[in-house]
Design a protein around this ligand. Structure first.
Ligand SMILES: Cc1ncc(C[n+]2csc(CCOP(=O)(O)OP(=O)(O)O)c2C)c(N)n1
Ligand SMILES: [Mg+2]
Length: 627
């Protein structure tokens, strides 16, 4: 029976335990039965970032875990809320980032009877979590919260799940009972013991590196998560061994470091004879460590927090443990009998020469001011604007296909954990969630997202969240009218009763993504020339306020060059004709765009019908083929 003294319900107790166990931020979407939990968390000192969609909130929680080293917490309602949350949970597992999903669930007595938003959530999260638990009684809440928080960061970090049934959230206990439950849970918190590696393994690794002719150090986001940058810098600079970061390993050492092999990647991985791989898995991103990309005789030294990973890859030397500690041990071992390859070592020379050659080829492309924009010209301007900000460097968030690929090569990372991208799973839709996570996890840094228009669209509504919390995030959208860009089908692929529909890759051309931001009171820019982009970035970066910069890109940039060039000119002409006939004399939107970026007098005032564009395009393509 509830007595007067029993004032703490499950929602309050959960909020108290989360705050007590160090949770500072939560991400989520509220509703029955967890609204009170969110409110109580806020009054307990936790910042609750309320999203529009649990997918984005989940991506935010996963990236927050990576950036802070503490589990990112996502709160959702039951059933569909939990299912949407699985996007973040699975992304956390794929990237090995610590995250906790907490979902309300239906009343335990109504399970199996078609209750409101009913789902067997413990079953649903199984494939996407390393640990899951249901608090079946209010007394279990603090202990369960401690468990999920601890499990998320232990061993290989990943996603954990806590199920809080409605009836449990409504149960009550007295304040003193609540406090005792939290104290008891605190006592059983799991702290991982640091297991030191046998010295012989460290000696073996050091010896392999010492005797290698063409050694390479590959560093991944696992090393960044472990804060291994200082130990890595010491190892690279004391031995003179070139290093290659994975996409999110970029910044562990500056991309501009003289031993960076990034611009000579194929040579580095194709010819190295010993590779020390730290906090990176030999998965698809590293071509499984196999020929033809790697030499068949390469000897791998793998440093990984997970023994299973070592067992799977069967390296020459496997070092299970924390990347920072292991690199420190290797440094100590090398210090007793130091070696350094030096700049004139043939391997170092080959890598640095190749890198210089590739960089100068790329710089030649980047130096051109191409209008209508290709990917390179705006990316160079963005790179230079970011670099001009100095330290603390912004966190760069990137997603998309062409946009992300070009960005990875062109944008320069100078500080660790300043790049978040589609990651191990190549997940589109992470963008805005990652931006919000970065803004709250790294308040000293500006956040700059460089996104394809498709990538952006997955989570675009969260620009409202940016405005609501006034986060310093500038989202730059590479607007090429679709997934990879414009319609790139061959004429023989355009058949059937729906042939006049837009291509599966196509979006409305020149969509006004900046207006989405303006709708919520944020700043929106649309740009098509170098001057416009520079001016928009300068204003948005110094304002440190939510902004969207809509960069209009040639929809055929990034595809086969020649066909694209003539096809693009044709599309321009078609668009211009159709705009004229569709929009008449509509006024220019002078406040957002002073000059039309694509061609002479093309005015961005409306979209021609797809059917019209399609018929022009098909006609043009068949003409091309005949020619
Ligand atoms: C969740 C998810 N859905 C779909 C995809 C398939 N996909 C890969 S890249 C991409 C979008 C690419 O277009 P955009 O973001 O506009 O970049 P662009 O190549 O045009 O620069 C999509 C949908 C994915 N990787 N992840
Ligand atoms: Mg695109």
């Amino acid at each position: 029976m509830v007595t007067l003294a029993e004032t703490i319900d499950g929602n309050v107790l959960a909020a108290m335990a989360l705050a007590k166990f160090g949770v500072q931020h939560m991400f989520g979407v509220v509703g029955i039965p967890v609204t009170s939990l969110a409110n109580r968390a806020v009054s307990g000192g936790i910042r609750f970032l309320a999203f529009h969609n649990e997918q984005s909130a989940g991506y935010a929680a996963s990236a927050y875990g990576y950036l802070t080293g503490r589990p990112g917490v996502l709160l959702t309602v039951s059933g569909p809320g939990c299912v949407h949350g699985l996007a973040g949970l699975s992304n956390a597992m794929a990237n090995a980032w610590p995250m906790v999903l907490i979902s309300g669930s239906c009343d335990q007595k109504d399970c199996g009877r078609g209750d409101f938003q009913e789902l067997d959530q413990i079953q649903a999260v199984k494939p996407f979590s390393k640990f899951s638990v249901k608090a079946k009684d209010i007394s279990e809440i603090p202990k369960c919260i401690a468990q999920v928080l601890d499990w998320a960061v232990s061993g290989r970090p990943g996603g954990c799940y806590l199920d809080l049934p409605t009836d449990v959230l409504h149960q009550k206990v007295s304040e003193s009972v609540a406090e005792n439950l939290i104290i008891e849970a605190e006592k059983c918190r799991y702290r991982e013991e640091i297991v030191s590696l046998p010295v012989s393994k460290i000696e073996e690794a050091a010896s392999l590196l010492r005797h290698a002719e063409r050694p390479l150090i590959v560093c991944g986001k696992g090393a960044a998560y472990a804060r291994a940058e200082d130990a890595l810098k010491k190892l690279v600079e004391s031995t003179g061994i070139p290093f290659l970061p994975t996409p999110m390993g970029k910044g562990l050492l500056p991309d501009t470091h003289e031993l960076a092999a990034t611009a000579a990647r194929s040579l580095a991985i194709g010819k190295c004879d010993v590779a020390l791989v730290v906090g990176a898995r030999l998965n698809w991103l590293l071509h499984f460590g196999e020929p033809p990309k790697w030499s068949k005789d390469v000897k791998f030294i793998l440093v990984d927090i997970s023994k299973e990973e070592i067992d799977l890859r069967k390296p020459c030397v496997g070092l299970v443990g924390d990347a920072k500690q292991i690199l420190e041990s290797i440094n100590k071992e090398i210090k007793d009998d130091p070696f350094c390859l030096g700049n004139s070592h043939p391997w170092v020379e080959a890598i640095t020469n190749k890198a210089k050659e590739n960089v100068s080829k790329m710089e030649a492309q980047l130096a051109k001011d191409v209008v209508p924009f290709n990917f390179m010209t705006p990316m160079r301007i963005i790179r230079d604007s970011i670099l001009a900000l100095g330290s603390p460097a912004p966190v760069v968030v990137s997603e998309g296909a062409n946009t992300m690929d070009v960005g990875r090569s062109v944008l320069v990372q100078t500080e660790p954990r300043t790049r978040l991208d589609a990651g191990t799973w190549g997940t589109m839709g992470v963008g805005l969630g990652y931006c919000i996570a970065a803004a709250v996890a790294c308040p000293e840094r500006l956040v700059v997202a460089v996104e394809g228009d498709s990538g952006f669209g997955f989570s675009a509504i969260e620009v409202e969240t940016l405005v609501r919390y006034q986060l310093p995030v500038v989202v730059i959208v590479f607007n090429n009218g679709g997934v990879y860009g414009g319609d790139r089908r061959n004429p023989e692929e355009i058949n059937g009763p729906h042939k006049d529909d837009p291509a599966p890759t196509s979006f409305v051309p020149e969509a006004k993504y900046h207006v989405v931001m303006q709708a919520f009171g944020g700043k929106g820019y649309v740009v098509g020339t170098p001057e416009e982009l520079k001016s928009a970035l300068s204003e948005a970066f110094s304002a440190r306020k939510p902004a969207v910069v809509n960069v209009i890109i040639d929809p055929y940039a990034g595809a086969e060059r020649e066909r694209r060039a003539s096809f693009f000119l044709f599309i321009l002409e078609a668009t211009r004709v159709l705009h004229r006939s569709n929009t008449g004399d509509r006024a220019r939107e002078a406040d957002v765009r002073s000059t039309a970026p694509l061609a002479g007098d093309v005015v961005n005032t409306g979209s021609p019908s797809w059917k019209d564009i399609r018929s022009h395009v098909s006609l043009h393509k068949s003409k091309q083929r005949i020619e």
